[in-house]
Ligand binder design. Structure first.
Ligand code: 13P
Ligand code: SF4
Length: 313
């Protein structure tokens, strides 16, 4: 089967079964082309919750599919390839977090959405890379234990000097690999091009960025601004959307090219397999799902605190 034929088969099956396909911005072009919705990790789950599809296939990594299930318990949710995990989300386990909580009593636990559902059950508030600053700033508690990404947490902490932050030892292996020298080389090759970086990059890289934001933020910035060339410091998959949304502009990725292998585990063949067999369903025990949903109720996307944050559960 050609790529086009496989895409047509996927579109036919998903229509027939009333299934919606979500694809994160780091997915490959053929996958993005069959998706009903593209977007960032939390935005996709919010979209899925609004559809009247019976099922949802997440083309992304496991924590994204779990977030989708947390927000849409009545829908069948699949991860297009059950092998696709986020190494950063899996760096911190529940016993280690419980230890940290004991060590830092009185701290609000703020979790980046890139965490397992199990970890979310032990957190107070969940944030995305776009809502982290607003939510941390709005928290009544001035003491924050920020997990699992000290790079995103450090970026937020720098802007909230009145608050006290504690971090665990974690990182996204893909973004952490980007060095300030990689940025300098790109700047030398493309003088004047603004640098757009994801906040999972290290502080030394972020110090050289003109704009720091989530995948949606980077796409929005490049679309809204008049510059015709941009240097991009995040996973290379975002290039497809940047270029299709801005056909007259040029995008240069830092070298070596940042590639998240887990995101690339998703292929058209894997999506077709899920549609044909129903394998790869993501299930969460209901009590756990409810507890994992509580920190998401702060409306991680909008950055509004909707409920009082209780320190003890
Ligand atoms: P976004 O929420 O910005 O899409 O980021 C998710 C992610 O995994 C970045 O590496
Ligand atoms: Fe996780 Fe990093 Fe891959 Fe994003 S790019 S899914 S944070 S490993």
């Amino acid at each position: 089967m050609t790529v086009h034929e496989l895409q047509q088969e996927i579109l036919r099956l998903k229509r027939e079964k009333n299934i919606c396909i979500l694809a994160h911005a780091y997915q490959s072009q053929p996958v993005l082309e069959v998706a009903d919705y593209n977007g960032d990790s939390y935005g996709l789950s919010v979209q899925a919750a609004k559809t009247n599809a019976d099922g949802v296939i997440m083309c992304g990594v496991r924590f994204m599919a779990e977030t989708c299930k947390i927000l849409s318990p009545e829908k069948t949710v699949w991860l297009a390839n059950p092998m696709a995990g986020c190494p950063m989300a899996e760096q911190l386990d529940l016993p280690t977090l419980q230890e940290l909580k004991k060590q830092y009593p009185g701290y609000a636990v703020v979790a980046y959405i890139n965490t397992t559902s199990e970890l979310k059950t032990a957190c107070d508030v969940c944030v995305t890379s776009s809502s982290a600053l607003k939510i941390c700033s709005a928290l009544e508690n001035d003491k924050i234990l920020f997990i699992p990404d000290p790079n995103l947490g450090g970026y937020v902490a720098k802007q909230l000097p009145e608050k006290q932050f504690i971090f665990n030892d974690g990182r996204c292996p893909i973004h952490a690999k980007i060095t300030p020298e990689d940025i300098d080389r790109a700047k030398d090759a493309h003088p004047g091009a603004p640098v757009l970086a994801h906040p999972e990059c290290t502080p030394a890289v972020l110090a050289k960025a003109d704009y720091i934001g989530s995948t949606s933020g980077i796409l929005q910035y490049a679309t809204d601004h008049a510059d015709t060339q941009y240097i991009i410091a995040t996973e290379c998959g975002i290039g497809y959307k940047l270029r299709t949304q801005n056909p007259t502009k040029e995008f240069f990725f830092v070298e070596p090219l940042p590639v998240c292998e887990d995101m690339k585990f998703i292929t058209l063949e894997k999506i077709a397999h899920v549609l044909e067999t129903g394998e790869g369903e993501v299930t969460l025990e209901e009590a756990m799902r409810r507890r994992a949903n509580a920190p998401l109720e702060t409306d991680a996307g909008a950055g509004q605190i909707k409920r009082t944050v209780h320190m003890e559960k």
